[in-house]
Ligand binder design. Structure first.
Ligand code: WT7
Length: 635
């Protein structure tokens, strides 16, 4: 019996040891017992990080949608697969059962075929968080087309770059989208993007906001009439284990976005297994991940991982602030959510609001809370733990990346004792390594270094679309025979990992290596501070000095800024030492952030360094308007 479901700490250690000593046996057992294969593999794993080349379950044939849908029909046909909660709380939620999902995915798959899409073709999906998004993703997988979902908050330039990079034949979009009280003209953005794309032959348009849009004849087609005529049976395409399933773009510190390529069998096995364990999902639980399917979190832990386990997965169209900041908690109460997975940036935004908004709702169904996307600072961790989890729901701080496909370092709830700001232990099968500046592995505990992974895991990205050399250079060249994550981490006295932030954010001050995250944590402890970001700027004596951007809480803070600056430096001195004191502190209304909530330190760094000549494309930011404001008030 493979240990598909880890239930106590001793079992974790035992299974972990097995996964390291006999990785092939371990993953073979998991794959064998919990999935539906049309043909079994000839070889579990072959790998060579110097090329790099990694193959899992070679020779196997399968279709991931048969695993996510068909095989549940007999026992879970009437169970809700996708629970759609619309932007407007007055609009009814939609419960899509596994049986209905089967029919809708197959109809959509037949439409794709009818429109000339074949196995291996790339299809760009640019949709809001409506059921058609999940369904079109699965429809592509059904026929072996490679989906490339682009987050529907991205600009037309960002969209056309991604469409062209992977040569997409089709775009699936909608007439528009709702975002809180606003509507967004998605089709207009697609039209603009397509002025620069000659590869796209067809645009399928779902109706969401009933706006009057322009349809280009011969190219644009309304989706619904096509679906109405399509059969709800569509044979699943036989896919090889290593056939690409999807491309998903992620931005690097330089250059064009990277189209990370994920393949079929390993991705399926790993996302399903991690979902089951990292959230301790039990039959009839309602699981909700607040991410957008436009990000890897949504691919792996809204669509594929949950559905592969026959789970009920919530898809939320709206935003946490509409109609007010109680919306998340209202949804938890309404749908009796058991597992809730969100990002630290959302937690901090909600923590800034009054507690009445949390206390108003019944959150007693919650069993597990998750965090992902950036290091969760101590204050946010406690707020989440105390007020949302009522100190009874473990927080799983899951560290992973677009590139890793699935969760890599995480507590297993009710199994791994949690520790604030620590992602804790490597997941089963994951072999992390911390490396020093000279490329030597730091053994033992209480060490701090660059986070690498020294052995392949099933869901790792296999290449960058169209640029294998860049894949090698970015991830496999920094350290010999290692996958380099780009993050720094420390391992504490019991072997727990704490992610300290991107190593490109490390600032050397007077020869001291300072990570941004712990300093920001310290600043955020000041009662008047809502959020902060620090960057380095050149200094005559110290090499670099620290520049802090600080957002104050919305409490009508009237105190003298000079005093506040002193107090902030006092806190830093207390937490880290005088070496980490900030030379400059700029109070600001906002920080430039990516759509996934990451602070764009690159922009802040340039402004602090007085070099605003080339800030790059700021149009894809969540809040491009704050950039000018910060520039106007630079110190
Ligand atoms: C980077 C990857 C994984 C899905 C969302 C982000 C940071 C992610 C954590 C965490 C500390 C984290 C890392 C990583 N990150 N999760 N729990 N604690 N940092 O995917 O956009 O590919 O970003 O996000 O820096 O390298 P992504």
């Amino acid at each position: 019996m493979s240990n598909y479901h880890i239930k106590h700490l001793e079992e974790y250690y035992q299974v972990y040891r097995k996964s390291v000593r006999e990785p092939e046996n371990f993953w073979e057992e998991v794959a064998e017992e919990h999935f539906m294969w049309q043909r079994k593999w000839d070889n579990v794993l072959s790998w060579d990080f110097t090329k790099p080349e990694v193959k899992w379950f070679e020779g196997a044939q399968l279709n991931i949608t048969e695993n996510c849908i068909d095989r549940h029909l007999a026992t879970r046909g009437d169970k809700t697969a996708i629970l759609f909660e619309p932007n407007d709380p007055k609009e009814a939620a939609e419960h899509i059962t596994y049986k209905q999902l089967y029919e809708r995915v197959n109809q959509f798959a037949n439409v794709l075929k009818e429109q000339g899409i074949k196995k291996g073709d790339r299809v760009c999906i640019y949709l809001p968080m409506i059921p058609e998004l999940a369904i079109s993703v699965l429809a592509c997988a059904r026929i072996g087309a490679i989906h490339s979902v682009v987050f529907a908050g991205f600009s037309s330039t960002a969209l056309s770059t991604r469409i062209n990079d992977s040569d997409c034949k089709m775009v699936i979009t909608s007439d528009g989208s709702y975002r809180g009280a606003k509507t967004i003209d998605l089709k207009g953005i697609v039209d603009e993007a397509l002025n620069d794309c000659t590869c796209v032959e067809t645009v399928l348009v779902a109706k969401r906001i009933n706006s009057d849009i322009n349809m280009k004849s011969g190219r644009d087609k309304w989706l619904q009439p096509l679906l109405d005529h399509a059969s709800s049976d569509c044979e699943a395409e036989l896919m090889d284990a290593e056939d690409p399933l999807f491309i998903l773009y992620t931005s690097g510190s330089t250059g064009q976005p990277k189209g990370m390529v994920h393949t079929t069998a390993g991705y399926m096995v790993y996302t399903a297994y991690t979902f089951k364990n990292a959230f301790q999902y039990k039959e009839n639980d309602v699981y909700w991940c607040t991410a957008d399917i436009g990000w890897i979190t949504g691919h792996s832990y809204i669509v594929y991982g949950p559905l592969a386990n026959g789970a009920t997965t919530v898809m939320f169209e709206g935003v946490p602030s509409y109609p007010d900041f109680g919306r998340f908690w209202e949804i938890v109460e309404k749908h009796k959510v058991n597992q809730f997975y969100t990002a630290p940036t959302a937690i901090r935004a909600l923590a800034k609001q009054g507690l009445e908004l949390v206390e108003k709702y019944d959150l007693s169904t919650l069993k597990v809370l998750g965090s992902v996307g950036e290091p969760i600072n101590e204050e946010a961790w406690h707020w989440y733990n105390d007020n949302v989890g009522k100190k009874k729901s473990p927080i799983v701080d899951t560290w992973w990346q677009t590139e890793t496909g699935g969760v890599m370092i995480t507590p297993i709830p009710f199994v791994t004792p949690t520790k604030p700001t620590y992602a804790t232990l490597p997941f089963i099968g994951i072999q992390p390594a911390l490396m020093d500046e000279n490329g030597k592995e730091l053994k033992g505990n209480q060490v701090d270094g660059r986070l690498c992974v020294k052995f392949p895991w099933p869901s790792m990205a296999r290449t960058i679309w169209g640029n294998h050399q860049r894949y090698k250079d970015t991830y496999f060249s920094a350290y010999e025979n290692m996958y380099f994550t780009g993050d720094g981490a420390l391992r504490d006295e019991v072997g727990y990992y704490r992610i300290t932030g991107r190593v490109d954010d490390v600032i050397i001050v007077s020869g001291h290596n300072l990570g941004t995250a712990p300093i920001e944590d310290a600043i955020n402890e000041h009662p008047a501070v809502a959020e902060s970001a620090i960057v380095g700027f050149p200094h005559d004596v110290k090499g670099n000095a620290l520049y802090g951007y600080v957002i104050l809480k919305d409490v009508g803070e009237t105190r003298d800024h000079a005093n506040l600056r002193n107090e902030i430096n006092q806190i830093i001195t207390e937490h880290i030492g005088p070496i980490a004191k900030l030379d400059k502190i700029q109070f600001t209304q906002g920080l430039p952030k990516t759509r996934s909530g990451k602070i764009m330190r690159r922009i802040l760094r340039k402004i602090a360094q007085g070099d605003t000549s080339n800030l790059g494309d700021t149009s894809t930011l969540l809040n491009p308007e704050v950039v000018q404001d910060i520039m106007d008030n630079v110190l």
